[in-house]
Design a protein around this ligand. Structure first.
Ligand SMILES: [Zn+2]
Ligand SMILES: [Zn+2]
Length: 133
């Protein structure tokens, strides 16, 4: 599925284009992702850095220290605060809900299932990890 995908933030200031083939879609149930999204889990689409193209606006970012000891860069729209992507070293993941068309998305794996909200049932046959790595 090699296609151009487009996405953006909630207010429209940030627009981006994604080329190439994403390498995987992760659902993360960790507390950080719950807090960041204000929801039950985070949805991260792993992409190559060169495949991400900012079309309008300019992002702001801050760094957080992960449990793994790595530093994660968190990029967001400075106008509305929508998180657009995370980058850890050379690994980049788009917050998949910011894509215009999310119909083709299907998770490849669930992470931090030990921390998932109790009402959410992970679909039968899913690849699961109780924590990150
Ligand atoms: Zn915005
Ligand atoms: Zn997480």
């Amino acid at each position: 599925m090699n296609a151009t995908r487009e996405g953006g933030c909630q207010c429209g200031y940030i627009r981006y284009r994604l080329e190439g083939r994403p390498s995987g879609l992760s659902v993360c149930h960790c507390k950080d992702c719950q807090r960041q999204s204000g929801s039950a889990f985070g949805l991260s689409l792993a992409v190559a850095i060169d495949d991400f193209h900012l079309e309008t606006g300019s992002l702001r970012s801050f760094n957080v220290l992960c449990d793994s000891g790595r530093t994660k860069q968190c990029a967001f729209c400075p106008e509305c605060g929508t998180r657009i992507y995370h980058q850890t070293g050379s690994a980049m993941s788009i917050k998949a809900g910011t894509l215009d068309d999310t119909t083709a998305l299907h998770p490849d794996a669930h992470y931090w299932t030990a921390r998932k909200q109790s009402w959410f049932d992970i679909p039968e046959g899913s690849t699961c990890y109780v924590d990150d790595d």
